[in-house]
Design a protein around this ligand. Structure first.
Ligand code: C2G
Length: 129
């Protein structure tokens, strides 16, 4: 399927993150990941990520299934990123189901089931306790 693009914060990296990246990579020849910036995360979730963007970019880029990474600075730039990186397919977790259907005119859009029972928020809570 050529180039696959996916997006995410990937803060406090866990197996749910790994699984979606591996599934996305399996759908194409190369996987490019847009890692959400610290500012975007603050505007989306009302808190700064535990790991700063430079470290999150490094961690995701080091994975065997990932070919390239870039910083996602705005949710409004999806169409721009998809055409800049010449994406054939956009893959996202199903917490975003339907939200990116508008891009079906330029690439295929696929939603994966989230890995159950694990999330960055739950991990932060667990560590806190
Ligand atoms: N994910 C998953 N299973 C989990 C947790 C997360 O499959 N248990 C997936 C999400 O569905 C998402 C990806 O892992 O596709 C990254 O998750 P987050 O870091 O929480 O990403 P998010 O903050 O939702 O950012 O432009 C879109 C945003 O940047 C997505």
């Amino acid at each position: 399927m050529g180039t696959v693009l996916t997006f995410g914060t990937f803060d406090v990296f866990h197996v749910g993150h790994l699984r979606i990246l591996e599934r996305a990579a399996a759908l194409g020849d190369r996987l490019i990941v847009g890692v959400s910036s610290d500012d975007l995360n603050i505007s989306k979730k009302g808190r700064a990520p535990v790991f700063p963007q430079g470290e999150r970019l490094q961690l995701v880029a080091a994975l065997r299934c990932v070919d390239a990474v870039f910083l996602e600075e705005s949710l409004q730039l999806k169409r721009h990123y998809l055409s800049e990186y010449d994406a054939d397919l956009l893959a996202m977790g199903d917490d975003w189901r339907g939200r990116f259907d508008e891009f079906a005119d330029i690439c295929k859009v696929v939603y994966f089931e989230r890995t159950p029972a694990i999330s960055t928020t739950a991990l932060i809570e667990k560590i806190r306790l």
